[in-house]
Design a protein around this ligand. Structure first.
Ligand code: NAD
Ligand code: AKB
Length: 317
C-alpha cells in the first residue's frame, strides 16, 4: 500500500482510519473522500481530500488515476437503520458504490478493502459463536447488501484477480465521530448520555446481546487484513472479527463503575430491535486468528474505562 483512497472517509470509521493510515503511510499518500465536504475549520494540511460520490464511476476513476491509487478502502455505505428506512437508496449506495469501486480497481489494478458486518447474517444463522462459514439469509436491506458485497468481492478476486479483502465488523464503539445510523449505535450513545445526563434511554431491550469492538481494534483489523500474507488467506472477504459480546444491561453495569448512580431505561424501537434480533448474539473469529493472527486488545472493562476517560476530556466533564 503506497497510494490510498478512502471512500466515505468522514464517517465514524473513516474519521479515525484516515489519520491512522496517514501516520503509517504518509499524509500525502492517503486521499480521504466523501459525499460530504469536511466541516468548516478542518485543517486542509492534514492531507488531501476529494469530493467523491462512490456511485459515480467517473468520479472514482478520475481520483484513482489522478492520485495513482493502488489501494481503496471502500467505507461509503448506508448503515442498517438508515438502510431499512431507505432500502432503494441503500441498494444504490451499498451495491452500486461497491460495484463501481471494484470496476475501477479491476481497470487500474488496485486492491480493495470492503467492510462487511454481523448484519450479513440472518435469523436462520446459528446465533451463538456463529461460525466463519454459516448460513447467510439476512432479512434487512443492509444485510442483503453486505452478504452480496462479500460475494461480489470474492467474484472479483476469483474472476479478475482483484486483491479484495474484508472483515465482518460487529458494532463499533468510538469517541471521535458519531455513528451514522446503525442498530448498534446505542453502544456509543450510552457513553455520551452517561457523562452528560447520568441516564440513558435505550432503543434496544436490556437482554439484546450483540458483538462489539472498540475503534482502535477495528483499525488494527483493517490494516491487519490488508497487510496479511495473501498465501495464508482462505476467507479473503468476510472474516468474522469480534472483541466482546454484550447487552445494554451489562454495558450499563460496567459504565456504573465509572459513573456512580448512572441509570438506564428502555424505550424500544421496534425496527432496530427486529434488526438486532435477526443478528447473531456472538460470532466466532477463529478463522481470522488462524489466517492472519487477528487478536483484539480491548475487552469490555478496558474499553469502558478508556471511553469514559476520553469522553470526559472531550466534553469537559
Ligand atoms: P458512517 O455512516 O459513519 O459513514 C459512512 C460515510 O459514507 C458517511 O460519511 C457518508 O457521507 C458517506 N457516504 C454515503 N453515501 C456516499 C456516497 N454515495 N458516496 C460517497 N460517500 C458516501 O459509517 P461507518 O460507521 O464509518 O462505516 C463504514 C463502513 O463500515 C460501512 O461500510 C459500514 O457498513 C461498515 N461497518 C460499520 C460498522 C459500525 O459499527 N460503524 C460495523 C460494521 C460494518
Ligand atoms: C449497524 O448497526 O448497522 C452497524 C453494523 C453492525 O454493521 N453498526
Amino acid at each position: 500500500m503506497k497510494r490510498i483512497l478512502v471512500t466515505g472517509g468522514l464517517g465514524q470509521m473513516g474519521s479515525e482510519l484516515v489519520p491512522e493510515l496517514r501516520r503509517r503511510y504518509g499524509a500525502e499518500n492517503v486521499i480521504a473522500s466523501d459525499l460530504r465536504m469536511p466541516p468548516a475549520g478542518a485543517d486542509a494540511s492534514e492531507g488531501p481530500f476529494e469530493f467523491i460520490d462512490c456511485t459515480r464511476q467517473s468520479q472514482v476513476r478520475a481520483a484513482v488515476q489522478r492520485h495513482r491509487i493502488d489501494t481503496v478502502f471502500h467505507l461509503a455505505a448506508l448503515l442498517s437503520a438508515v438502510a431499512e428506512e431507505k432500502p432503494h437508496m441503500a441498494w444504490d449506495v451499498n451495491m452500486g458504490g461497491l460495484y463501481r469501486v471494484l470496476e475501477v480497481a479491476r481497470e487500474s489494478g488496485c486492491a480493495v478493502f470492503f467492510p462487511s458486518s454481523i448484519g450479513s447474517f440472518g435469523p436462520n444463522t446459528p446465533k451463538e459463536s456463529t461460525p466463519q462459514d454459516a448460513l447467510q439469509r439476512p432479512t434487512t436491506m443492509y444485510g442483503v447488501t453486505k452478504a452480496s458485497g462479500e460475494l461480489l468481492c470474492d467474484y472479483y478476486y476469483n474472476r479478475f484477480g482483484v486483491d479484495t479483502r474484508g472483515v465482518r465488523f460487529p458494532g463499533l464503539i468510538s469517541h471521535i465521530a458519531p455513528p451514522g445510523g446503525g442498530t448498534t449505535d446505542y453502544a456509543v450513545e450510552i457513553f455520551y448520555a452517561a457523562i452528560r445526563h447520568g441516564h440513558y434511554s435505550s432503543f434496544l431491550g436490556p437482554e439484546t446481546r450483540l458483538d462489539m469492538m472498540y475503534m482502535p481494534d477495528a483499525l488494527r483489523a483493517v490494516i491487519g487484513i490488508m497487510e496479511a500474507d495473501p498465501g495464508r488467506l482462505v476467507h479473503r472477504n468476510s472474516f468474522n472479527v469480534t472483541a466482546m459480546d454484550v447487552t445494554p444491561e451489562e454495558l450499563a453495569e460496567e459504565i456504573r463503575r465509572h459513573v456512580p448512580g448512572f441509570t438506564i431505561s428502555y424505550k424500544i424501537d421496534p425496527v432496530r430491535q427486529a434488526i438486532a434480533d435477526s443478528w447473531p448474539d456472538s460470532i466466532d473469529d477463529s478463522a481470522a486468528r488462524a489466517e492472519w493472527d487477528w487478536m483484539p486488545t480491548f475487552d469490555l472493562e478496558s474499553l469502558t474505562a478508556d471511553m469514559i476517560d476520553k469522553l470526559r476530556s472531550k466534553l469537559g466533564a
